[in-house]
Design a protein around this ligand. Structure first.
Ligand code: NAD
Length: 330
C-alpha cells in the first residue's frame, strides 16, 4: 500500500518512521503540503492519503481523490467534521480514523488551561521575567469543593471528570447518553449545568446540534466568575458572544485550545503575517484568556498511539478485516 502523508510535521514523521519497519507492505511518502484541490491532483498512484484534523476534505477534494484512484483516507485524529462523508461514499472511499488515542492527553491539557488561566500563570511567567514580583491582578479561585460541569462524557470528558473528582470538586455532567463508568458524576440537563458550575469544560463533538451551544443565551445562564474551557471544537462557542461575555466580566477566566478562526493558524508559524480577521487578536487581548493552538493531543503517548492505530488501519484495510469502530460512516 502506498500512502501520501499530507501536512507532515517533524513529530509526525518521527513517530510514524519508528513503527514503519514493522509494516512490510506499507510505503509512506511525506509532504509538508496539506491536502487541497490543488495538491489532491498529485495523488495518482497512491492507494491512500493520510490527513489531519483541519485538512480540507470537502466534496471537491474528495471527488479529485476518487478520480485519482485513492481508496482510503486515513485520518490521524479522532474528529471528522472536516470530511464530506457523502462525497466519500459516492466515490467509494473508506474513511478510517483514530477514535481514541489518549483521552488523558486532552483532558490533562483542559485542566492545564483551567488552572493556568484561573491562577494567571501566563501573566505571572511574564511578570517575574521582567523582575515584577507584584501579586496584584493574580488572584485566583480554589477548585477544591467547587462544581465542575463537564459537557460530553465520552472518552475525554470521562477523563476530565476523573481529574476534577481528584481535585475534590463535585462533578456534574450533561450528555445525550450517560456513561455508566462514572458513578461519582451527577447527570443534569444543560441549563442546570450552566447555572451551577464554577468550571465548565466542553468535550462533546461538533455536530448540527452542538454548533454554538455556548452563545449569548447560554452564557447569560452561567454563574458570574465561571471558568470556561474548550478543548473540543471551536464552533461549539459563538466567539463574538464569548467576547461580549468576557467584556461584561462574566468569566473569571477562559482557556481555549480550539476557536472558530483557528483553521489558518493551526500548527503554522504566522509571526510575519498580517492576520486577515480579528477574532484571534481580540481573544488574545484579554488578560484572563489563554489560547493554545490545538495542542491538547500533543503528548508522546498520544503520538505513539496515533501512529500505531493509523498504520493498523492501513494494514487491516489491505487485509480486508477493518476494525469496525474505526470506520467513519454517514
Ligand atoms: P467521544 O465520542 O468518546 O465522546 C463524545 C461524547 O459527547 C459522547 O458521550 C456523546 O454522547 C456526547 N455528545 C454528543 N453530542 C452531544 C451534545 N450535543 N451534547 C452533549 N453531549 C454530546 O469523543 P472523545 O474522544 O471524548 O472526544 C471529544 C471531542 O474532543 C472530539 O469530538 C473532538 O472534537 C475533541 N478532540 C480535541 C482534541 C484536541 O487536541 N484539542 C483531540 C481529540 C479530540
Amino acid at each position: 500500500m502506498r500512502i501520501l502523508f499530507f501536512d507532515t510535521k517533524k513529530y509526525d514523521k518521527e513517530f510514524f518512521e519508528k513503527l514503519l519497519p514493522k509494516y512490510q507492505n506499507i510505503e509512506i511518502e511525506y509532504t509538508e503540503v496539506d491536502i487541497s484541490e490543488k495538491s489532491a491532483k498529485y495523488t495518482s498512484g497512491y492507494d491512500a492519503i493520510c490527513a489531519f484534523v483541519n485538512s480540507d476534505l470537502s466534496e471537491k477534494v474528495i471527488n479529485i481523490l476518487g478520480q485519482k484512484g485513492v481508496k482510503l483516507i486515513l485520518l490521524r485524529c479522532a474528529g471528522f467534521n472536516n470530511v464530506d462523508l457523502k462525497a466519500a461514499a459516492k466515490n467509494n472511499i473508506t474513511i478510517l480514523r483514530v477514535p481514541g488515542y489518549s483521552p488523558e492527553a486532552v483532558a490533562e491539557h483542559a485542566m492545564a488551561l483551567a488552572l493556568a488561566s484561573n491562577r494567571h500563570i501566563h501573566k505571572a511567567y511574564i511578570k517575574v521575567r521582567e523582575n515584577n514580583f507584584s501579586l496584584v491582578g493574580l488572584t485566583g479561585v480554589n477548585f477544591h469543593h467547587k462544581i465542575a460541569g463537564i459537557v460530553g462524557t465520552g472518552k475525554i470528558g470521562a477523563a476530565m471528570c476523573r481529574i476534577c473528582h481528584g481535585f475534590g470538586m463535585k462533578v456534574i455532567a450533561y450528555d445525550i447518553y450517560q456513561n455508566p463508568d462514572l458513578d461519582f458524576v451527577e447527570y443534569v440537563d444543560l441549563d442546570t449545568l450552566l447555572k451551577e458550575s464554577d468550571l465548565i469544560s466542553l468535550h462533546c463533538p461538533l455536530t448540527d446540534d452542538s454548533y454554538h451551544m455556548i452563545q449569548a443565551e447560554t452564557i447569560a445562564k452561567m454563574k458570574n466568575g465561571v471558568v470556561l474551557v474548550n478543548t473540543s471544537r471551536g464552533a461549539l462557542i459563538d466567539t463574538e458572544d464569548l467576547i461580549k461575555g468576557i467584556r461584561n466580566h462574566k468569566f473569571h477566566s477562559v482557556g481555549l485550545d480550539v476557536y472558530e478562526e483557528e483553521t489558518e493558524n493551526v500548527f503554522e508559524n504566522r509571526e510575519d503575517d498580517i492576520l486577515e480577521t480579528s477574532i484571534t487578536s481580540r481573544l488574545l487581548s484579554f488578560p484572563n484568556v489563554i489560547v493554545t493552538s490545538h495542542q491538547a493531543f500533543l503528548t508522546e503517548e498520544a503520538l505513539e498511539a496515533i501512529s500505531y492505530i493509523t498504520l493498523e488501519n492501513a494494514k487491516t484495510f489491505e487485509e480486508g478485516n477493518i476494525i469496525e469502530q474505526n470506520i467513519v460512516k454517514l
